[in-house]
Design a protein around this ligand. Structure first.
Ligand code: NAD
Ligand code: UFG
Length: 339
C-alpha cells in the first residue's frame, strides 16, 4: 500500500516508516517540522535504502494537502501529526485544539475528497483518565482528561468514530499508545525532545550522558509497590509494527477498530532507573521530588485485544528498551544536528 504519513519526521513516525518499507509498503511524509528535524528522514532513507518523498506541509493547509494528494494516490493515511506536550497544552489550549483538532478535520476532509477513506489515528492511554480498571482493557470507559492535549485525543476519537458511523466506507483504526520509549537498533534515529524533556526516558538518558545533573522522581508516596508511578513502557519498534498490523485490518475492511498498544507490564520509575543502570552500566543519580500535578499512580494495558484481532504482540522487554534508548542518546548526545 502507499501510505500518507502525517508527522512522519517525528519520533514514532520515523520508526514506523522503516517498518512500513520492511513490510513492502511505500510512504509519503507530510510534516510541518514544528517538533522534528528532516535529518530523521535522511537517516530513515539510509536504513531502508529508499528515499521517502517529504513535503513540508501543515495539515491545516488544505491547498498544501491537495497538492500532495493530487500528486500521489494513497491507500491509507497514518496520522501522527500533532502537538503532544502535556504542560504546554495547559498553557496554550487554543493552539492545541487548533493544531490537533482543526488539523485533523482538514486532513480527513482532504482524504475523503481524494478518495482515500482509510486512516490510523495515534491516540493515547491518556483518554482513560484515572482508569477504572487495571490492567486497562478497551472496555474501560474513557475518563476525565487532566489537560487539553488529552482532550484533543479523546475528542478526535469521537470525531473519527462519528465519521465512520456516518459513512461506513471509512475504515478507522484508533490506536491507544501506552508509553513509547527505545529507538531503532542502529542508534541513528530516536526521540529528540526540544529543551528540558517532559518524559521519563529522555530525562534518564540526558542524565546518563551528563547533560543534566540528576533525575527528579515525581513522588514516592503513590499506592504502588515502591511508591513511584507505574507505567506500561513499550518499545517504539513494537509500536511501529502495530501500525503495519493495523493496515492489514484496514485491508480486511475492519470498519471501526480500537486497540490498546502496550506490553501489559507495569514498571515503576525506580524499576526503569535500575534496569537502565544495569543494562547499560551507567549511573543515573536521582532525588525524590513532589508529585507532578495531573499524574496518576498506575497505568498499564491489557493488550490482548490487539493480539487476538490484529495478531500483534509487543516483543521487546524493558532491558531492550533501556539499551536502545541509551544507544541512541550516547551516539547522538545533542539529538539531530541543526540544519
Ligand atoms: P513527535 O512530536 O515526535 O511527532 C509529531 C510530528 O508531527 C512532528 O514531526 C511535528 O513536527 C508534526 N506536526 C505537528 N503538528 C503538525 C501539523 N499541524 N502539520 C504537520 N505536521 C505537524 O511526536 P511522537 O512522539 O512521534 O508522536 C506521534 C503521535 O503519537 C502524536 O499524535 C502524539 O500525540 C501521539 N502519542 C505520542 C505518545 C508519546 O509518548 N510519544 C503517546 C501517545 C500518543
Ligand atoms: N517521571 C518522573 N520524572 C520525570 C519524568 C517523569 O518521575 O522527569 C515519572 C512520572 O511521574 C510518571 C512516569 O515517570 O510516573 C512516566 O512519565 P512520562 O511523562 O514519561 O509519561 P506519562 O505517563 O506521564 O505520559 C505519557 C505521555 C502522554 C501520554 C501518556 C500515555 O507524555 O502524552 O504517556 O500514553 F498520554
Amino acid at each position: 500500500m502507499n501510505i500518507l504519513v502525517t508527522g512522519g519526521a517525528g519520533y514514532i513516525g520515523s520508526h514506523t516508516i522503516i517498518e512500513l518499507y520492511k513490510a513492502g509498503h511505500t510512504a509519503v511524509v507530510v510534516d510541518n517540522l514544528s517538533n522534528s528535524n528532516p535529518e530523521s528522514l535522511r537517516r530513515v532513507a539510509r536504513i531502508t535504502g529508499s528515499e521517502v518523498p517529504f513535503f513540508k506541509v501543515d495539515i491545516r493547509d488544505r491547498e498544501g494537502l491537495d497538492r500532495v494528494m493530487g500528486q500521489f494516490k494513497f491507500d491509507a493515511c497514518i496520522h501522527f501529526a500533532g502537538l503532544k506536550a502535556v504542560g504546554e497544552s495547559v498553557a496554550k489550549p487554543l493552539e492545541y485544539y487548533e493544531n490537533n483538532i482543526a488539523g485533523t478535520l482538514v486532513l480527513v476532509q482532504a482524504l475523503r475528497d481524494h478518495g482515500c477513506r482509510n486512516i490510523i489515528f495515534s491516540s493515547s492511554a491518556t483518554v482513560y483518565g484515572n482508569p477504572e480498571i487495571i490492567p486497562i482493557t478497551e472496555q474501560c470507559p474513557k475518563g476525565v482528561c487532566t489537560n487539553p492535549y488529552g482532550w484533543t485525543k479523546s475528542m478526535l476519537e469521537q470525531v473519527l468514530t462519528d465519521m465512520q458511523k456516518a459513512d461506513p466506507e471509512w475504515n478507522v483504526v484508533l490506536l491507544r499508545y501506552f508509553n513509547p520509549i527505545g529507538a531503532h537498533e542502529s542508534g541513528t534515529i530516536g526521540e529528540n525532545p526540544n529543551g528540558i524533556p517532559n518524559n521519563l526516558m529522555p530525562y534518564v538518558t540526558q542524565v546518563a550522558v551528563g547533560k543534566r545533573a540528576e533525575l527528579g522522581v515525581f513522588g514516592n508516596d503513590y499506592d504502588t509497590p515502591d511508591g513511584t508511578g507505574v507505567r506500561d513502557y513499550i518499545h517504539v519498534v513494537d509500536l511501529a509494527r502495530g501500525h503495519v498490523k493495523a493496515l492489514q485490518a484496514i485491508e480486511r475492511k475492519c470498519g471501526l477498530g480500537l486497540y490498546n498498544l502496550g506490553t501489559g507490564h507495569g514498571y515503576s520509575v525506580l524499576d526503569v532507573v535500575r534496569a537502565f543502570e544495569k543494562v547499560n552500566g551507567v549511573k543515573v543519580p536521582y532525588s525524590i521530588k513532589p508529585r507532578r500535578p495531573g499524574d496518576i499512580a498506575t497505568c498499564y494495558s491489557d493488550p490482548s485485544k490487539a493480539e487476538r484481532e490484529l495478531d500483534w504482540k509487543a516483543e521487546f522487554g524493558i532491558e531492550e528498551m533501556c539499551r536502545d534508548s541509551w544507544n541512541w542518546q550516547k551516539n547522538n548526545p545533542d539529538g539531530y544536528p541543526e540544519n
